[in-house]
Design a protein around this ligand. Structure first.
Ligand code: HEC
Ligand code: HEC
Ligand code: HEC
Ligand code: HEC
Ligand code: HEC
Ligand code: HEC
Length: 372
């Protein structure tokens, strides 16, 4: 089976090579025309671990994605020859050929990596040693694997009021050449609001934080389930984008989304001291009293940690059961009477009585008839 497959891919490979030679003209334009091969949907194989690997690049998606101005080789730096060897993992913090205009330096995501390193998700401790279970800590791709190259229109679905494609015509009245206005307009406006739906953010965090073995290793509660039980969680599941998701509470307003800190850190948005400020961020409970911050998001029914909630739960369960069983019993007897009007637990006795009464009535009416 697997041999058959490899044969198939060898054939495919040869077809591609010949195709490539035929299109030598295209090939000459870009020394390593990656898309020439990678635009073929069938480019895939089963790897050594038995996993299906797709090497197909959807050009349309790529060109509407955030990395459209990158060359393939900006990221896949080790591929310098065709046919090429298996690629190394992409390092998201390496510099690309793009110049960032404010600093006029070659662009990279290094500052994001540095922020991440300072956060609760950083892999090294204060002394620069790897933390315990370091493989549990997220890489860029753990959180950013929602199809890497989705077009803006899908993953930036929400538009902020007052910003419309129509206003781009204003830019065009001065910036007349090419796609300049569109590019910069998109670049800025798509960042004026969240770039993913809250439910997607929760899914990302849940990949680790809901996993039972993970939680045991790190001694963390099931924050996903507890969050989903709150009003905020329920609203988000119903599609609300105005109720807070994990990032809204765990990142100080105005800070980088990657700076999620442990609640013990004095600068954390969920540190006891800062909670009331967090709840009263603009767009949230701006006018609420400071006491609002006593609201608990991640309540579990652990007897030691949350005794009140634990006993409340038991109390409510008992109350539920009592009410439920009381009415169920009532309904049962009611049904019994309706279905079997003559039913009785004291069947025989009643039957006897019944016959007696009937024969008495009969005798009475008979005697009446005779008299009449
Ligand atoms: C001649 C056709 C061809 C060209 C041109 C080509 N590739 Fe590939 N590429 C392939 C094939 C075939 C595979 C699958 C190889 C395999 O089965 O391991 C592949 C696999 C890959 C992989 C996955 C490798 C792995 O095992 O992880 C990456 C990444 C990749 N190519 C990037 C590139 C980049 C970047 C370029 C341009 C610089 C490029 N390719 C140009 C044919 C090509
Ligand atoms: C912004 C960086 C970036 C750019 C630009 C980029 N890639 Fe990738 N590519 C990645 C990352 C990240 C992965 C995931 C694998 C990894 O972590 O190394 C990947 C994976 C791949 C894979 C392999 C999928 C797999 O299952 O291993 C192929 C094939 C590939 N890219 C081809 C291309 C081609 C062709 C282009 C140009 C059209 C391109 N890439 C442009 C970052 C990039
Ligand atoms: C713990 C999860 C997590 C990790 C790990 C992570 N990110 Fe993010 N990233 C987010 C969230 C959440 C946002 C903000 C919400 C959004 O825009 O999707 C974000 C936003 C971004 C943005 C801004 C996108 C925009 O258009 O404004 C970039 C760029 C980015 N991340 C790159 C990286 C890089 C590079 C790494 C690795 C060094 C990384 N991220 C690691 C969760 C993560
Ligand atoms: C009234 C004419 C006018 C309008 C309307 C206008 N611009 Fe500009 N824009 C300019 C001028 C002139 C400059 C150069 C100004 C300078 O360098 O100080 C400029 C500079 C820029 C730059 C900086 C370019 C660089 O390389 O430094 C960007 C980006 C830009 N405009 C985007 C936009 C966008 C997006 C819109 C629409 C929302 C827009 N502009 C609307 C006239 C306009
Ligand atoms: C790849 C796995 C992974 C993903 C995905 C992930 N985390 Fe974490 N998270 C961790 C690890 C590991 C720790 C450190 C636990 C420890 O201190 O032992 C952590 C710690 C935290 C902490 C600090 C807990 C404390 O008080 O000590 C918070 C808050 C947190 N994560 C929130 C998030 C949010 C929000 C998301 C989604 C945007 C997310 N995490 C996504 C693995 C992950
Ligand atoms: C309404 C604000 C709010 C939202 C939304 C929220 N959290 Fe929290 N989170 C808190 C507060 C406050 C704490 C610290 C006190 C506590 O444990 O209740 C906390 C604590 C945590 C902890 C540490 C728990 C521990 O056992 O030490 C993690 C991990 C965490 N949150 C992850 C998440 C994730 C993942 C989400 C999204 C599903 C999320 N939070 C949503 C407010 C929030």
């Amino acid at each position: 089976m697997r041999n058959n497959r490899s044969l198939h891919y060898v054939k495919l490979f040869l077809t591609i090579i010949s195709f490539m030679l035929i299109s030598a003209e295209v090939y000459a334009e870009d020394e390593l025309n990656c898309v020439l091969c990678h635009k073929h949907r069938g480019l895939s194989r089963i790897d050594e671990n038995g996993e299906f690997r797709l090497f197909y690049i959807n050009q349309e998606l790529f060109e509407s994605g955030p990395h459209r101005r990158n060359k393939c080789k900006d990221c896949h730096t080790d591929i310098d020859r065709i046919p090429h060897k298996p690629a190394k993992k992409v390092d998201c913090t390496q510099q690309c050929h793009i110049i960032e205009p404010s600093g006029k330096k070659k662009f990279s995501h290094k500052n994001i990596a540095e922020t991440l390193a300072k956060s609760a998700h950083g892999k090294l401790d204060e002394n620069g040693n790897p933390k315990e279970y370091v493989e549990d800590y997220p890489d860029c791709k753990n959180c950013h694997d929602q199809p890497l190259y989705r077009p803006f229109s899908i993953y930036k679905g929400k538009k902020t009021p007052g910003i419309s494609k129509r206003s781009i015509s204003r830019c065009k009245s001065c910036h007349t050449d090419g796609d300049f206005a569109e590019d910069f307009y998109e670049h800025v406006t798509t960042r004026l609001h969240k770039s993913r739906y809250s439910v997607e953010t929760i899914e990302v965090c849940a990949k680790c934080h809901q996993n039972e073995e993970f939680r045991e290793r790190h001694n963390l509660d099931d924050v996903i389930t507890s969050y989903k039980e709150t009003f905020h969680g329920k609203m988000v599941i119903l599609g609300s984008e105005r109720t807070p998701d994990c990032i809204d509470c765990h990142v100080v307003a105005g800070e980088n989304a990657h700076l999620i800190e442990s609640q013990d850190s004095p600068t954390s948005a969920v540190n006891k001291k800062n909670l009331s400020t967090t709840c009263r961020s603009s767009g949230c409970h701006e006018k609420a009293a400071a006491q609002l911050a006593s609201f608990q998001t991640h309540v579990t029914y652990d007897r030691e940690k949350y005794p009140m909630q634990f006993y409340m739960l038991i109390g409510f369960k008992a109350l539920m059961a009592m009410v439920l069983y009381f009415f169920l019993t009532l309904i049962f007897f009611e049904l019994l009477r309706r279905l079997f009007p003559k039913f009785s637990f004291f069947k025989e006795k009643k039957a006897e009585n019944y016959d007696e009464v009937v024969s008495e009535i009969k005798a009475e009416s008979e005697s009446k008839g005779k008299r009449g």
